[in-house]
Every structure is written in structure tokens, then in C-alpha cells.
Design a protein around this ligand. Structure first.
Ligand code: GLU
Length: 313
């Protein structure tokens, strides 16, 4: 079993996150909320939450950790986990596993690479994985599988989709609509693109608290207390993809500053994994230029300096 050479004292960690939360609220630069989804444009950027679950199951949290937020692209980790369970390694014939170096919603590489998206976390790749989960099923069944997976992972049945957010994106998600149709033109959609898009917008509109998200991440961190929802091999794959592709064209910056696998969403959430040590969920809705939580990234950086949890030592 993994023995942590630098175990962190939960009381000191609690004091650290309390102070960090106060410091964050005292500073002014929250970043800018995602305004291309009208429902998210209304969220107050001046909010912050952090939840940490340690290897022994101890929970540490501060800020608005009971408040639900739109997990958006963090959902792509759970969808991929379901797809790996369903079609296994076959998914890699349809989507790659290389960082893209382009924005989350970029169409640029798709033409050059003949409709095979670079990785499952950029929007084009996520549309392909959602499409794979949908094959031979109705959207509500694919969505039930994703939500069922999350409920099992966080041992909490109180996980829902915010329909207003989903409908808001359905009305305005023209880039995603373009991406799905473009993928279809290369034969890389197995379902009607409208059905895949509807499923994708609803999966992105799942709302969770940081407490729930940190609990759901335990299996990816392979913590001893985590329910058995995935094999070690699958967790390893998810961590590798989160490290290299989890923050779009800001993935290098996140690895440089934090040194841990992470997956961001435009709702301002970040799931950060300290393998064998902790599962961390952070939320602050204001985004930086890469479309990742501005204060959330800063908080992750501070946390890792305090704990020494970077996988790079
Ligand atoms: N639903 C968002 C979109 O497809 C997700 C993007 C994100 O969270 O990064 O544009």
C-alpha cells in the first residue's frame, strides 16, 4: 500500500484552507465568468469553495463548499470513465490522447487530423466520447449512466442536472453544434448529432458541491476508502489525461504551477487529484484567459506549496 512520506496534519490543513479562503476574499481579481452560456453569465464571480478528502477519509473544507455549481467540463472525466467501462480501448480509434495546445472549443485541428479529435477533454473529443456512450441507447439512459456513476463514486444520490443551464447552452452552443456536425462529416458520430449534443449539454449541466466532487474524485486518486467504481489501470489512464489535457491550452501552465492531474470546467470548478493522497475539489466561477478558474488555479497552487503534494516532488 502507498505510504505517504509527507503526511499532512488535518488540523493544520484546515487552518491553512480557512486562512486561504479569507485571503482570497480580501483580494479583488476574480477573473471573468463564462458569458457564452447565458445562464452562467449571471453567476457572481466573487465566490470560492474548497473541499479535500484525505487518504484516511478525513474531510477538510472551507468557503461555499455546500453550494452547487455547474460542473461543465469536469463531467468529461466521468463520461470517459463510463465509456472506458463500456467500449474499453476501442475509444482510442475515434479520439486521441495528446494535448491539443488549442482552446477548449477549437475546430482548428479537426480538419488537419481528419475528424479525430486530439483528446477526450477538448469539446470535439468530449462530443465523441458522449456519442460512444449514447450508441444504441436513448439520451436519458446515457445520462442516467453518468449520474449513476457519479452517485456511486461520491456515495451520494443527491446529484442532478440543472435544466436551465442545459437549455441555455442548447439555445446558444453554436460552436459545439458546428463541431458535432463537422465530426459527422468525417463519419466520427454514430448518432444523430442533435442527440449527442443534447446529451452532452445535459451532462455539462450536472451540478455538484465541492464536497460531493471531492468525494467523487477518491476513486481516481485510488484512496483506500474509495468505493470500487474503477480499476487501478483506468484511474491511471484518467490521471495521465487530466495531467496532460485537463486544462486545455493551459494544461502546461497547470502542471507547472500545481504539478497534479486536474480537470477544469467553465463553471469554475476544478477536480485535482493527488494520487494515493487526496482528492480535491475547488470552485470559483471567474475564469482566466484559458477558460480555467482564475482563483481556483491560484488556490491549487497555494495548496500544493503547503502540502508538498506535487507529483514532481
Ligand atoms: N459546456 C461547455 C462547452 O461545451 C463545457 C466547456 C468547459 O467547461 O470547458 O462549451
Amino acid at each position: 500500500m502507498f505510504v505517504d512520506p509527507k503526511p499532512v496534519d488535518p488540523q493544520k490543513l484546515q487552518a491553512f484552507v480557512d486562512t486561504l479562503t479569507q485571503e482570497i476574499h480580501a483580494q479583488a481579481d476574480w477573473g471573468k465568468v463564462a458569458d457564452y452560456i447565458p445562464e452562467l453569465a449571471q453567476v457572481d464571480p466573487a465566490q470560492f469553495a474548497i473541499s479535500i478528502v484525505l487518504a484516511d477519509g478525513t474531510k477538510v473544507a472551507a468557503g461555499a463548499h455546500h453550494k452547487r455549481f455547474s460542473i461543465q467540463s469536469v463531467s468529461k472525466v466521468f463520461t470517459l470513465a463510463c465509456v472506458l467501462g463500456r467500449v474499453g480501448e476501442q475509444i482510442w480509434t475515434r479520439v486521441g490522447r495528446e494535448p491539443s495546445g488549442t482552446r477548449f472549443d477549437s475546430i482548428l485541428l479537426l480538419e488537419q487530423e481528419h475528424g479525430r479529435p486530439r483528446n477526450p477533454f477538448i469539446n470535439a473529443g468530449a462530443l465523441v466520447t458522449t456519442d460512444a456512450l449514447l450508441e444504441h441507447r436513448a439520451p436519458k439512459d446515457a445520462l442516467s449512466e453518468i449520474i449513476g456513476f457519479i452517485c456511486a463514486a461520491c456515495e451520494d444520490d443527491d446529484i442532478h442536472i440543472d435544466r436551465d443551464v442545459a437549455q441555455s447552452e442548447e439555445r446558444t452552443g453554436f460552436r459545439n453544434i458546428a463541431l458535432a456536425n463537422y465530426l459527422q462529416s468525417y463519419g466520427n458520430m454514430r448518432n444523430d448529432p442533435a442527440l449527442t449534443l443534447g446529451t452532452y449539454f445535459h451532462q455539462c449541466a450536472i451540478e455538484m458541491t465541492t464536497d460531493q466532487l471531492a468525494m467523487a474524485g477518491r476513486a481516481i486518486a485510488q484512496l483506500p476508502q474509495a468505493p470500487y467504481v474503477m480499476t487501478r489501470a483506468k484511474a491511471r489512464r484518467l490521471n495521465a489525461l487530466m495531467m496532460t489535457c485537463g486544462h486545455y491550452d493551459g494544461s502546461g501552465d497547470f502542471a507547472f504551477r500545481v504539478g497534479l492531474p486536474g480537470k477544469s470546467g467553465v463553471g469554475g470548478g476544478i477536480l485535482v487529484i493527488a494520487p494515493g493522497r487526496a482528492s480535491i475539489a475547488i470552485w470559483s466561477p471567474g475564469l482566466n484567459a484559458y477558460g480555467n478558474s482564475q482563483v481556483g488555479t491560484y488556490a491549487a497552487e497555494r495548496l500544493i506549496k503547503f502540502t508538498g503534494w506535487s507529483v514532481f516532488g
